[in-house]
Design a binder for this molecule. Structure first.
Ligand SMILES: Nc1ncnc2c1ncn2[C@@H]1O[C@H](COP(=O)(O)OP(=O)(O)OP(=O)(O)O)[C@@H](O)[C@H]1O
Length: 249
């Protein structure tokens, strides 16, 4: 249940967490194929494994969902808000408050401590959290990291640890939507499985809508829903939960 501090969050379960209608994006480079998605809907709390061949547009789609790119035409709604129609400033605010992002480069500030890196996310969201240290510590514990790591600079951590800190930073504002791009490529098999289990459990706990992009088809087994990029492009109706039957662990 959400508390008062979460009162700026969008009302849950009204329509879809993500809804795309006739979305077009093309890069300035005329040789680039761009992206056209007629319809795609993702329910609140769904966890979607998004895969497809190199160049199929996975990163472009994640960047559209994160508001890093905006479509030239069509509508992209998040949490019932017309995200693509917001001004750049409104979009930045919406992203900071409602969307967690973990991209391939974890984008931690190397010389800042883990705590400062996580605090920055709350600063941009203007979340007004009184005790970030406790919340960050709880997240790190959930991600199997010792609390002592909070005071270490980000560049003193292993890649696997940085990856989990990036997840903690993405989750600190309790985002309704979490966008994750190829996060396990640097991990060995045991660390990868442990990481996936923790990530999925955290999303279940908070009813977070997760869009997870990867080439690694092994990871599909962690998701109820998987979507192939080519099935999103150029077809008439796609509802994430209808694309493939539920596949459980
Ligand atoms: N900044 C850019 N300028 C021009 N074209 C681009 C740019 N970024 C991507 N593209 C093109 O857009 C298409 C989709 O690229 P995108 O990176 O979204 O694919 P992807 O599925 O994420 O690929 P990968 O799995 O290799 O990361 C490709 O044809 C790519 O060449």
């Amino acid at each position: 249940m959400k508390n008062e501090a979460d009162s700026n969050k969008a009302a849950p379960n009204q329509g879809n967490a993500i809804a795309l209608n006739d979305v077009n994006y093309h890069y300035a480079d005329a040789n680039s194929s761009g992206l056209h998605i007629p319809t795609w809907k993702v329910n609140y709390g769904d966890r979607v494994f998004l895969h497809g061949h190199s160049g199929s547009g996975k990163t472009t789609l994640l960047n559209l969902l994160a508001g890093v790119l905006t479509p030239q035409s069509g509508e992209l709604s998040l949490l019932g808000k017309p995200f693509s129609a917001l001004s750049a400033r409104q979009r930045d605010k919406f992203r900071a408050q409602h969307i967690g992002v973990v991209f391939q480069q974890f984008n931690l500030i190397p010389y800042l401590s883990v705590l400062k890196n996580i605090e920055l996310a709350t600063y941009f969201a203007k979340a007004g959290k009184t005790n970030i240290t406790d919340a960050a510590e709880a997240l790190l514990t959930g991600l199997n990291l010792p609390a002592t790591i909070l005071q270490q600079p980000a560049n003193a951590l292993s890649v696997g640890q940085q990856q989990r800190v990036a997840i903690a930073r993405a989750l600190i504002n309790k985002p309704e939507i979490l966008l994750v791009d190829e996060p396990t490529s640097a991990l060995d098999a045991a660390a990868r499985d442990a990481f996936m289990t923790i990530l999925i459990d955290m999303c279940k706990q908070h009813n977070t809508t997760l869009i997870f992009v990867s080439h690694d088809m092994y990871l599909k087994k962690f998701f109820e829903t998987s979507v192939e990029m080519s099935s999103l492009k150029g077809s008439s109706l796609k509802q994430s939960s209808l694309i493939q039957p539920a596949e459980t662990k």
